[in-house]
Design a binder for this molecule. Structure first.
Ligand code: PLP
Length: 431
């Protein structure tokens, strides 16, 4: 099967992380997110091992927590010794609510409100990744008010093409993120940061895109960023201690996707870093990487129940399920591909073509058009694979649909990590 945590059991049911996924759907209802805690921990350990081995003890992986944000995820990341990224006061609040060490948190994003920045300084946040000059001056001012010197990185746009979907390609010149090297804006913001009294510049950040399976874009970014660092050193005498190369390592969503080898990618990045630092005569900085989806995506599946099957013509059929864009907006947002299984009859022949339709009052609410699946019946369970990233964290209450629960599986034991929302939860803020 697609990943090693997927299997077929004696009842011809989908087995996930060693438990019967159909039984889980019965026990907790659908739609239902299932997550494999052991696999998430394995991924954290693999990143930490590779980065410490190849890049030194000062280099660390950050879990990009926007991929999957709820208390238990931050507890797991904390226990595994991960650093994390947050992109909002809400993510920060969730992390500090479980005592995630604030000095291991990086605050990202192209818009941070004064209240969010103040909150991050109050909890003793490690690093703010400053996106633009307006934000730099705001951070400087607020740090001054608080009487602290805030550690920062500057987000730089290196102009690397990660050859991925445009909407998730963030390293090019035309980007809402960061300061571009090519236009001179990057150098200008460094100059300004060095003149700010209440910030301490520690280094630079860049993020080239998503769904990257090879080291190549990271190696290109390394070359460009070290060359940039060198020119900054020459002109301003500033040496970067930290180079954060961002996230975006790929995940196998469908059979034709490659499999990511974390060890190979990290080793190749380290070789390139050593090589370029030697050529440039630049002291090797600590490297940070920010994997999000590659930590959690294949540690999640979503279970649904089929409600109706509408055969319109020989070629057009809609299979309606009890979820859709509210629990997984990825197809609606960027035609993202997923794999679908008939979880309660796994050996049934895959000989039926249907559009898997969500339940919202939007024609665009589909999970896949013309998917090949076994012919379903009302009441069957359809499973979407590889939904651990950007599903629960992107879920909405559109059409006043309560959010689905997250059930985690640890050592073949299931437990609720996020409860199912009920109707009263939907009314909580209505006055
Ligand atoms: C989204 C994002 C990540 C994580 O990307 P993945 O594809 O989930 O690994 C990391 N860093 C930054 C700055 C991001 O915006």
């Amino acid at each position: 099967m697609l990943h090693s945590n997927l299997n077929i059991n004696d009842l011809d049911h989908l087995e996930f992380a060693g438990v019967d996924a159909v039984e889980m759907a019965k026990k907790y209802g659908t739609p239902l997110y299932l997550m494999d805690e052991d696999r998430i921990r394995d991924r954290c350990r693999e990143y930490i091992r590779c980065m410490h081995t190849y890049l030194g003890e000062a280099s660390h992986p950050l879990f990009a927590s926007k991929a999957c944000s709820f208390k238990q995820m931050y507890r797991i990341a904390k226990e595994e010794g991960m650093y994390i990224d947050v992109v909002s006061g809400g993510e920060l609040h969730t992390a500090v609510s479980v005592d995630f060490p604030a000095d291991r948190i990086f605050f990202h994003g192209n818009y941070k409100s004064p209240a969010e920045i103040r909150y991050s300084m109050e909890v003793g946040l490690g690093y703010i990744v400053v996106d633009n000059p307006d934000e730099l001056h705001l951070v400087d001012e607020l740090a001054g008010e608080m009487g602290i010197r805030q550690k920062i990185l500057l987000r730089i746009t290196p102009g690397v093409d990660a050859h991925t979907n445009k909407k998730i390609n963030t390293g090019l010149v035309d980007s809402k993120f960061g300061a571009t090297i090519e236009t001179g804006h990057a150098e200008m913001i460094v100059q300004e940061a060095l003149s700010c009294k209440n910030v301490e510049l520690k280094g630079f950040h860049c993020h080239v895109g998503s769904q990257i399976f090879t080291a190549t874009p990271f190696m290109e970014a390394t070359d460009i960023m070290i060359a940039f660092c060198k020119s900054i050193l020459n002109r301003y005498g500033f040496t970067a201690e930290i180079l954060n190369l961002g996230g975006g390592l790929g995940v196998r969503y469908i059979k034709s996707d490659p499999t990511l080898n974390i060890d190979v990618v990290v080793r190749q990045i380290s070789e390139e870093l050593v090589r370029i630092c030697k050529i440039m005569k630049y002291p090797q900085p600590a490297i940070f990487l920010e994997p999000g989806r590659s930590i959690v995506a294949d540690s999640g599946i979503t279970m649904y129940t089929v409600g109706s099957i509408k055969q319109i013509t020989d070629d057009i059929c809609y299979v309606a399920i009890d979820g859709g864009m509210t629990d997984n907006p990825r197809y609606t947002l960027y035609q993202a591909e997923h794999t679908f299984l008939l979880a309660n009859r796994m050996s049934a022949p895959v000989d039926f073509k249907a559009t898997i339709a969500g339940r919202c009052c939007e024609s665009g609410d589909v999970l896949k058009e013309r998917a090949w699946i076994p012919k379903p019946m009302v009441g069957d369970n359809i499973a979407t694979l590889v939904t651990g990233a950007y599903n629960y964290s992107m879920a909405s209450n559109y059409n006043r649909i309560p959010r689905a629960p997250v059930v985690m599986i640890r050592n073949k034991e299931d437990y609720v990590a996020v409860k199912r929302e009920n109707y009263d939860d939907l009314l909580r803020n209505d006055v």
